[in-house]
Design a protein around this ligand. Structure first.
Ligand code: PD2
Ligand code: ZN
Length: 287
């Protein structure tokens, strides 16, 4: 490796060398070790490796026909905190997965907040619809047998309070969120595995995207727990999140493609009732 360590500039030559090393099968640790041995400062070397390999993988993905990756919301978990600040509430970090990005939070909502949301939603429930991909309209779908309703964004105090908390935790503007959706599942009902992003190949998608771009993340908040069943399952990664009242699962998807491994579903409720609130976050302001 020939470098000009004095300036510690990440040159195109250095980037190419890093890619060549990775392609030759050298581990990240061994590449880092030789950079340090050549006099690179550790922080510069790590940044050079991370940004180079990220950029290289992204270029390969786009070259192979995948949609480009876009920025996504995330929680501040770099230092592996046990708790994060929800602005008005301390929220527990229960589980973190990096790829796909899946975060399970404990105590995101209080019992009173769960009850308040259920009470406000109950009189407005109707059979859940899904987006009709051919046209961008909505339709009844046998894969989704819950009852549900949407709040307008900022519709009332409890909705505003929760939207503010989510925006704080995930550093994503409130106005990029769709209205909060509340779903009620009775025994036997489920939401079969699906992706939450809109399929770029469906003819109705361009119309849907006019209202704020793609969905980039989902937060499922558990308001009422069933006795059995009703977990949120991620078949590609063999994960099932238990629907514990007050807890939530967040996941993000930087491109509208199955390579994100964000296929997920609401498993059938076997006993008791399940209540959730779902928040979908868009790339831009959702009108
Ligand atoms: O009810 C769930 O656990 C669930 C599963 C998958 C909800 C959603 N998706 C959703 O609202 O998108
Ligand atoms: Zn979903």
């Amino acid at each position: 490796m020939s470098t000009t360590q004095s300036s510690q500039q990440i040159t195109p030559q250095l980037r190419q060398w890093i890619v060549d090393q990775a392609q030759a099968g050298h581990s990240a640790e061994s590449v880092l070790k030789s950079m340090l041995a050549s006099g690179w400062a550790e922080d510069v070397a790590i940044e050079a490796m991370e940004s180079t390999l990220r950029g290289h993988l992204e270029q390969k993905a786009v070259d192979s026909g995948l949609p480009p990756a876009v920025p996504v919301p995330d929680a501040p978990l770099d230092e592996s905190p046990l708790y994060i600040d929800g602005g008005d509430r301390k929220v527990c970090v229960l589980q973190v997965m990096h790829s796909p990005r899946v975060i399970v939070l404990g105590g995101l909502l209080s019992d009173e907040e769960c009850d308040e949301l259920i009470a406000a939603a109950r009189p407005r429930l109707a059979r859940s619809l899904t987006v009709q991909t051919k046209t961008g309209g909505e339709e009844i779908n046998a894969d989704r047998t819950s009852n549900g309703m949407f709040f307008q964004r900022g519709e009332n105090d409890i909705v505003r309070k929760i939207e503010k908390r989510l925006a704080h935790i995930f550093s994503w503007p409130e106005e990029n969120g769709e209205g909060l959706q509340v779903l009620h599942y009775q025994p036997g009902t489920e939401y079969k595995p699906h992706y939450d992003y809109f399929d770029p190949n469906e003819p109705g998608t361009p119309t849907i995207l006019k209202r704020g771009g793609q969905r980039v993340a989902t937060i499922v908040m558990y308001l009422g727990e069933p006795e059995k069943g009703g977990g949120t399952s991620f078949p590609d990664i063999h994960l099932e999140v238990a629907p514990k009242r007050g807890n939530a699962v967040f996941f993000s998807y930087e491109r509208a493609h199955p390579s994100t491994k964000t296929l997920h579903g609401g498993a059938p409720v076997l006993a008791g009732e399940k209540w959730i609130a779902t928040k979908w976050l868009r790339e831009r302001r959702f009108e």
